[in-house]
Design a protein around this ligand. Sequence first.
Ligand code: NAI
Length: 248
Amino acid sequence: MGLLNGKTALITGAARGIGKAIALKFASEGANIAFTDLKIDELGKATEAEIAALGVKAKGYASNAADFEETHKVVEQIQKDFGSIDILVNNAGITKDTLLLRMTEAQWDAVLTVNLKSAFNFIHACAPIMMRQRGGSIINMSSVVGVSGNAGQCNYSASKAGMIGLAKSTAKELGSRGIRANCIAPGFILTDMTMQLSEEVRKQWTDTIPLRRGGTPEDVANVAVFLASDLSSYVSGQVIHCCGGMNM
Ligand code: NAI
């Protein structure tokens, strides 16, 4: 028996990386999985097949999480296809790193829209469904830099700090309807996003981590399954750091 038997989870940006690891972990705990990504191409189809191989219902949807109308349409479709949405993981995210004074308005807007507005879009579309169900768990993917800030990432860290404010406010507004909202703040996790950094920068990061290694997507997925399941039934409005001790 899995921790998420009979639940439907919706995970954004889950064709690869942390989102995909969460989808696989949730599926291994019995949840049916709806996931979105910008495109459902060969990679997305392969992810869908990998999830379905765990014996649950799985479907990938092409949808730009930053688009309010598109988000409402895809959530309506998922609700029709799956019948419920019990868990929402706002995971889609991008980086456009540069120093503050070199940052263009377009770089600021892109990161804030994809990373933060997307979560508002999905919570706005899913909350009425969860309210009718009188329950739900919302997980926003923040970052340690949303708590501590980071030179060269003012757009990204502002978006990730925003994810914390959004989750805490949602927890306060919707708690009386049985809906919980929390954040995960991953540290340095080895995915395509961090592979964009040079080997030297990656080594610098690893050297500062007490556990002396980058995290895996599965490390983050293990925290997500706790927050998604009834194991965390009295946990709401919180930020759980998953960073090998990098941020204390
Ligand atoms: P990734 O780049 O491997 O995967 C992100 C996924 O989001 C991709 O599949 C991408 O196509 C999708 N995506 C991007 N824009 C989208 C949009 N507008 N609509 C729908 N999907 C979209 O990144 P990774 O590392 O798996 O990151 C996942 C989340 O975790 C992100 O929110 C990221 O900011 C956060 N995070 C990652 C850390 C790391 O060290 N890798 C550390 C802290 C937070």
